[in-house]
Ligand binder design. Structure first.
Ligand SMILES: Cc1ncc(COP(=O)(O)O)c(C=O)c1O
Length: 346
């Protein structure tokens, strides 16, 4: 990976210095897009310099004021900003509640030119996965478009890390827009949209963040390309990540720690139920050299405060056993979680 990055910098320099529409396109950009599309099973892909800009600009390009967007209430900020910029009518729905989406579609579909449903492949706070088949059924029944943000699902879920379509056995061709970031499993910085050829062609000429922003750097393009190739060639990284995530979750379960909705993803939040206590437990663990981010009010309601763990393929079994043991001990020492009925004696 590092060699590919160094080679790219030696060949193309540190910046492409311009929009790809002008002189900023290098062959690596096209190779990367081809590799992403082929990895995912889409016809084509387009790469942007940031994942956030990818969502904002794509959503604002494909819908406008006569249209309706239905998005999960836990959607990432970049999705909400894209919705606001588009000028479309925006209707959030309760987390993962496809039945509510159905009700909205029955009531609102006839009033709008286009409808875009947006879900995430894995949710970054709760570590849960939507029932994608239901959303695909609904989009077909109501002639809507479906967009999935795979920031947390690409490279992590599905047998070979191809994301939520692989996990739910949905044909990726049934999804209109598959968005992802290059900054998580793909070890780089930037974002992509994978979609049909015509949709990608449209975005190339209408998407402001693509047209009016320099192309991604040679180093970032090379890093992401190498990461996609590695994932494509060898799914053992994904298997290891999934094994370690399951081990962590099982340990938490055995110690009766409340991991909320988390299932089959490397995002495992431990619900503490109070911001002050989440911060105290975070500091306790930091002293023990365990680095975890407390998620506290106002990012979440106070009673949803948690410690959110991200498991990686590099975490060892010993680290996982020790961490879960330390969490349980810390909860006991600090009397955390008592009034929430969590295990105090493990
Ligand atoms: C769900 C989701 N979408 C989009 C983004 C934006 O991606 P990037 O950080 O690459 O700009 C993030 C970043 O954390 C995210 O979690």
């Amino acid at each position: 990976m590092q060699k590919a990055v160094v080679d790219a910098v030696l060949q193309y320099g540190t910046s492409v210095s311009a929009s790809r529409m002008l002189s900023g396109e290098i062959p690596l950009h096209l190779e990367l897009e081809k590799a992403i599309a082929s990895f995912i099973g889409a016809d084509d892909a387009l790469v942007y310099t940031s994942g956030h800009a990818t969502n904002v600009s794509t959503i604002a390009s494909i819908v406008g004021p006569p249209d309706l967007i239905l998005h999960d209430e836990l959607s990432h900020n970049s999705i909400v900003q894209g919705c606001l910029l588009s000028g479309a009518v925006r209707q959030p729905f309760s987390h993962n509640d496809w039945q509510e989406v159905k009700d909205h579609l029955i009531k609102l579909r006839p009033k709008h030119r286009r409808v875009l449903i947006i879900v995430e492949g894995a949710y970054s706070m709760d570590g849960d996965i939507p029932d994608l088949r239901r959303f695909v059924e609904l989009k077909k029944q109501h002639q809507a478009m479906l967009m999935i943000d795979e920031a947390h699902s690409i490279g992590t879920i599905g047998k070979t890390g191809r994301g939520v379509c692989e996990y739910t056995e949905v044909d990726p061709q049934e999804v209109d827009f598959l968005m992802g970031t290059l900054s998580k499993s793909l070890a780089s910085c930037g974002g992509y949209i994978a979609a049909g050829k015509e949709a990608i062609e449209l975005l190339k000429y209408t998407s402001d963040s693509f047209i009016f922003s320099a192309g991604i750097t040679p180093a970032n393009a090379a890093a992401a390309l190498e990461a996609v190739r590695l994932l494509d060639k060898d799914s053992s990284y994904v298997k290891r990540l999934q094994d370690q995530s399951n081990l962590f979750l099982k340990q938490c379960f055995d110690k009766r720690l409340n991991t909320g909705l988390s299932k089959d993803t490397p995002i495992i939040p431990i619900q503490i139920g109070n911001s002050e206590q989440a911060l105290a437990l975070g500091s306790y663990l930091y002293e023990k050299k365990i680095n975890v981010c407390p998620i506290v009010y106002p990012a979440v309601p106070d009673d949803a405060a948690c410690l959110r763990f991200f498991i990686t393929a590099d975490h060892t079994d010993e680290q996982i056993f020790e961490t879960v043991q330390c969490i349980a001990e810390g909860m006991k020492v600090l009397a955390v979680g008592k009034e929430y009925g969590m295990c105090m004696s493990c």
